[in-house]
Design a protein around this ligand. Structure first.
Ligand SMILES: [Zn+2]
Length: 360
């Protein structure tokens, strides 16, 4: 009996410690928490294959902070079995989300042929008014609720797929479009990345998951595509404020994609470089580089900096060596972080200073 009780307690402890949190994936910034968010997923109420509460449990198990269930408004292949009722996915999931300490956002996917394509509206109060034939009537219903709208997987289907057309110009002119998916599932869209930077749209990354999510033990190269939202607090209101301010990055495969203004402080918290712990008689300095994030960072030297590359696996510390200039007691190491992208194909520039006076 006692043995069984002990086993039960052990199981309970194991369950508790196995739950991940965003903090284990990325450290906090000085002023913001990087909340892990997925704003694009489907349930049985459109073409997904799970019940809404299952999406909550999956997200909680994976250590996410916020999700939006975003069933298609215009496409419901299961409607003979589950009648159209746009508000039900959120209503069914909301109590479970509260229990699981997950932020649940009411969303929907506006699903039109290309052009104009697919768009997610999130922070909605009522989805029904969006179920209207004219696309711009639908968008004005979104705007009337002060909701946030982003363009999904812009290369999806149709002759004009992947193109920026007059429709998007008009949407921007009327302040109806606020962001774009730069990555969706296993696809990265360099053009969307460029458009976000050029047109001041918020960068978004989502799973667009239809199947059950079974792979919840995250690794640097195995996790959902997600949006990192740099929020002041862990609340729905803070997520919304950060999205409107463009404070996001996209965690896609073993890459972080975003604006330099947010990637710089994020990287500075993720990777710390120690002062040399030893300098030998030839002026070779040994120092440690520590990685606090679930990303395998790849650094490539700029200029004369050595070593030429530094690979720092997730949540680990590596020892590096470099030559200290004989005539000076300091060295500046210049690198590009190859898998932290500030623009398509352009890595984040970083610098570290080493002082020789710190060694014993
Ligand atoms: Zn879609």
């Amino acid at each position: 009996m006692k043995k069984n009780l002990f086993r039960l307690c052990l199981l309970f402890v194991l369950v508790v410690v196995s739950v991940g949190t965003a903090r284990e994936y990325f450290p906090d910034l000085p002023d913001y928490q990087p909340l892990l968010c997925d704003f694009h997923m489907l349930t049985l109420f459109s073409d997904g294959l799970v019940w809404p509460t299952v999406r909550v449990d999956e997200a909680q198990r994976e250590g996410l902070d916020a999700i939006a269930l975003s069933d298609h408004i215009e496409y419901q292949p299961h409607k003979d079995d589950l009648p159209t009722h746009h508000s039900r996915p959120y209503e069914i999931a909301v109590e479970r989300a509260k229990q699981q300490n997950l932020l649940l956002i009411r969303g929907a996917e506006i699903t039109r042929d290309t052009p104009p394509g697919h768009y997610n509206a999130i922070f909605l109060s009522d989805i029904d008014p969006l179920d209207t034939p004219d696309f711009f009537d639908c968008l004005r219903a979104v705007a009337g609720q002060r909701a946030f709208l982003f363009w999904n997987h812009h290369t999806w289907k149709g002759v004009e797929r992947g193109q920026w057309t007059e429709t998007q110009d008009k949407m921007c002119a009327e302040d109806l479009l606020h962001g774009m998916e730069v990555a969706n599932g296993d696809t990265y869209y360099p053009l969307a990345h460029e458009w976000c930077l050029r047109r001041n749209l918020t960068l978004i990354g989502n799973s667009d998951i239809h199947q059950p999510s079974t792979d919840y033990r995250y690794a640097a190269d195995r996790h959902r595509t997600l949006t990192l939202v740099f929020a002041r607090e862990r609340t729905v209101e803070s997520v919304e404020e950060a999205l409107r301010a463009g404070r996001t990055a996209v965690w896609y495969e073993n890459q972080v994609i975003g604006r330099e203004a947010f990637l710089k402080p994020l990287f500075a918290r993720c990777v710390t470089v120690s002062q040399p712990h030893y300098i030998n008689e030839n002026g070779v300095a040994f120092f440690e580089v520590k990685n606090n994030a679930l990303v395998d960072f790849e650094l490539k030297a700029r200029g004369q900096t050595t070593p030429a590359t530094i690979a720092i696996p997730a949540h680990s510390t590596v020892i590096c060596k470099t030559k200290m200039p004989v005539e000076k007691n300091e060295a500046t190491l210049s690198y590009t972080v190859a898998n932290v992208l500030t623009e398509p194909g352009k890595g984040l520039p970083v610098e570290f200073s080493l002082l020789s006076g710190n060694t014993k």
